[in-house]
Design a protein around this ligand. Structure first.
Ligand code: S3P
Length: 181
């Protein structure tokens, strides 16, 4: 019984989800500093463990293999507590990842509009789902994922906001949640 309770206890993480270019890493760093938490970027964690880039993992082993590494990385966060975790934009695609995220803590959706997203993702050549792809396909993915992101506990609009403003908004929302609880 006790074991069960421990394994299902929330790790009190703040988990940031959102499409590529929403600013999860930048906001995550600021939010971690602001709340005295450790910052973990799951893509970075995967790259360190695999000793290669996400781009290379996609190219050599394919997307499904990457998704498995991504789920494992998320699962590994159950061993830690009190972090801000920036996820990759596609983590919301596997239902099982939602079970894990809900166990890990509070899921926060950084919501941005397509125009802003597209102006940001063009700058980075390392996104395998964008580089060399037809923009219409990326837009379809963006639309397809909206309802998935919307399953998050909190939703924060990031358009025209500085990362520090977004981080502060999240802190305020969380304190509102605590007061309500
Ligand atoms: C992906 C987003 C990327 C990275 C991988 C796949 C996606 O992370 O995980 O390229 O499916 O949206 P960012 O959202 O940090 O760019």
């Amino acid at each position: 019984m006790t074991e069960n309770r421990i394994s299902y206890a929330k790790s009190d993480h703040l988990i940031l989800v959102g499409f590529m270019g929403a600013g999860k890493t930048t906001v995550g760093r600021v939010l971690a500093a602001l709340t005295g938490r450790e910052f973990v970027d799951l893509d970075h964690w995967i790259e360190e463990r695999a000793k290669t880039s996400i781009k290379n993992i996609f190219a050599v082993k394919g997307e499904e293999y990457f998704r498995t590494l991504e789920s494992e990385a998320l699962e590994a966060m159950t061993q830690r507590t009190h972090c801000v975790v920036a996820t990759g934009g596609g983590i919301v695609g596997r239902a099982r990842n939602w079970d894990v995220m809900r166990r890990l803590g509070t899921v926060v959706y950084l919501e941005n509009d397509w125009e802003t997203i597209v102006s940001r993702i063009g700058d980075c050549p390392d996104r395998p789902l964008v580089t060399g792809k037809d923009l219409e396909n990326v837009r379809a993915l963006f639309a397809q994922r909206q309802p998935l992101y919307e399953q998050a506990d909190l939703r924060v609009a990031v358009k025209n906001q500085e990362p520090s403003e977004v981080a502060l908004t999240i802190v305020e929302m969380l304190s509102g949640e605590t007061h309500r609880a």
